[in-house]
Design a protein around this ligand. Structure first.
Ligand SMILES: Cc1cc2nc3c(=O)[nH]c(=O)nc-3n(C[C@H](O)[C@H](O)[C@H](O)COP(=O)(O)OP(=O)(O)OC[C@H]3O[C@@H](n4cnc5c(N)ncnc54)[C@H](O)[C@@H]3O)c2cc1C
Length: 465
């Protein structure tokens, strides 16, 4: 049912942010999300400036039974951050960040991106685990888990969350911390999109950098099996200061890579050491010498903030994406063969496969625990199919699905909600384990019995409770 003009006018006069409807100049920019595959048309967008706007907009939507979508950074590849016909809460005006250098904490509003957050925290030589790019949203990343360059030293992104302010399904204020609603704080650490709109997050920070030793070293695809063996035998025992991600893709046409490799399947090890100089250089040398035929070595000392931005160029808006993932405890020879086979067939220069190395602090639960499960796995593997052409996107999506199903027999199970595809809701239990899932259902049933916040990897409430 169309929203009455008088109701819209009242909403406009109540919020400090913008109320946008289709046809208004900024409407399309406000509704756009990172993945072009999900082109949604909400009935209205409220660009909130803070907690009060969010609460007003949630109450407005509830009174009219409008579906609610919440857009943090809008970067989830499954396109959860928008809706057709409902009310989209765009949090992109809520990017305030306050760092307390004494307590080593930061408070970030619910629409921050990592570029802004790292910029503010690094001013004080502080950071927490963010993703391996800077432009994505802080809320989605943190509330869903969070793998990044600092994970083996500092833990997952969600492990840094020590407090949060929310607007619940009735538009009311709720606080989560270790003393107020500790169960909610537990749930926010890994399943946090299900209980309300998080308007601000308090994060524990650590000393990082300002320089880290970081970069990529490329190898021909023929060396992939050797690289995996080396990784298992040597890097597994590396100190927690070192986090590596294996990356497979077609080599980009960049000056750092010899022309003879451009467009050919290659594998790389992405390296970030946030510790002492001697140790960092020792491990960089081990990687350089560990596998033959390396090329395109870009490991150098650089500011952490700069390294966070180093991969941004390839990952902007305007592409059609399909992401899916698994955890692995072993990269067995047969599994390596499957990955190689698919890479040889790959014809998108934008697609890649990434394999973050877990262990270290990832395996340690934060005080008070976290809903995030599967932290004891050795690797996560994410297939990131990406194309610039809509007509080609179905082919690339199929490539990703086929690769996923051929890899499944080698996987250790589990699921990571930040990398979950839209057709994978049946994997939600494995993301949290049976006990964790039951606990989340109880929390969801208490917080949001009508499943108002369902545009996410969803924990369905118990309707019989
Ligand atoms: C280029 C790129 C690189 C990435 N790199 C990494 C990486 O290195 N490591 C990693 O772990 N992940 C990575 N991701 C995945 C990323 O962490 C998730 O896509 C994450 O959900 C994005 O956060 P967002 O705020 O942009 O989410 P959105 O797309 O805005 O939202 C995702 C979900 O969170 C909900 N949500 C958003 N904001 C709030 C809020 N304030 N309160 C309550 N719910 C909210 C939304 O409703 C939606 O259900 C990457 C994604 C991209 C596109």
């Amino acid at each position: 049912m169309p929203i009455a003009p008088a109701a819209l006018a009242k909403l406009e006069s109540t919020v400090r942010g913008q109320v946008l409807t289709p046809g208004q100049p900024q409407f399309d920019a406000a509704r756009e999300i990172w993945n072009l595959l999900h082109d949604r048309q909400p009935a209205l967008v409220v660009r909130c400036t803070g907690h009060a706007d969010v609460a007003t907009a949630v109450r407005f939507a509830r009174e009219r039974d409008l579906e609610i979508a919440v857009k943090g950074g809008g970067h989830h590849a499954a396109g959860h951050a928008s809706c057709d016909g409902g009310l989209l809460l765009d949090l992109s005006l809520m990017r305030g960040i306050h760092v307390d250098p004494e307590r080593q904490t930061a408070i970030a509003q619910g629409g921050c991106t990592w570029a802004g957050f790292d910029h503010e925290t690094q001013e004080f030589g502080l950071a927490c685990t963010g993703p391996i790019v800077s432009m994505t949203g802080l809320p989605g990343f943190l509330l869903g888990g969070g793998f990044g360059w600092l994970q083996r030293k500092l833990g997952l992104g969600c492990d840094h969350l020590v407090g949060a302010d929310l607007v619940d399904a009735e538009g009311r204020y709720v606080r989560a911390s270790d003393t107020e609603n500790p169960e909610l704080l537990w749930g926010l650490r890994g399943a946090g999109w299900n209980f309300g709109v998080v308007t601000s997050m308090e994060l524990k920070l650590n000393r990082v950098g300002p320089e880290v030793l970081a970069g990529l070293v490329y190898f021909p695809i023929e060396r992939f099996a050797e690289l995996c063996r080396f990784h298992c035998a040597v890097i597994d025992d590396a100190p927690a200061e070192l986090t590596t991600w294996l990356i497979l893709r077609l080599a980009p046409n960049v000056p750092a890579i010899p022309e003879s490799f451009h467009g050919r399947p290659v594998c790389a090890i992405a390296f970030c050491h946030c510790g002492e100089k001697i140790d960092a250089e020792h491990w960089a040398d081990r990687i350089r010498e560990g596998v033959a035929e390396r090329f395109g070595d870009s490991i150098i000392w650089r500011r952490y903030e700069e390294w966070q931005r180093a991969l941004d160029g390839r990952w902007g808006n305007g592409f059609y994406n399909d992401w899916r993932s698994f955890y692995f405890d072993e990269l067995q020879p047969k599994c390596i063969d499957v990955i190689r086979k698919y890479l040889m067939r790959l014809d998108s220069p934008y697609t890649d496969i990434k394999i973050p190395h877990m262990g270290g602090a990832v395996a340690r639960e934060p005080e008070g625990g976290a809903a995030f499960a599967n932290r004891h796995r050795r690797y996560c593997l994410v297939i990131q199919a990406r194309s610039s052409d809509q007509k080609e996107s179905a082919k690339h999506l199929q490539w990703a699905k086929d690769l996923q199903s051929e890899l499944q027999p080698f996987s250790a199970g589990g699921a990571y909600v930040n990398f979950l595809a839209p057709d994978e809701s049946s994997r939600m239990r494995s993301a949290y384990g049976e006990d964790g899932y039951r606990r989340l259902v109880a929390l969801k049933t208490r917080m949001d019995p009508g499943n108002v916040f369902h545009l996410n990897p969803n924990i369905a409430p118990d309707r019989n409770a």
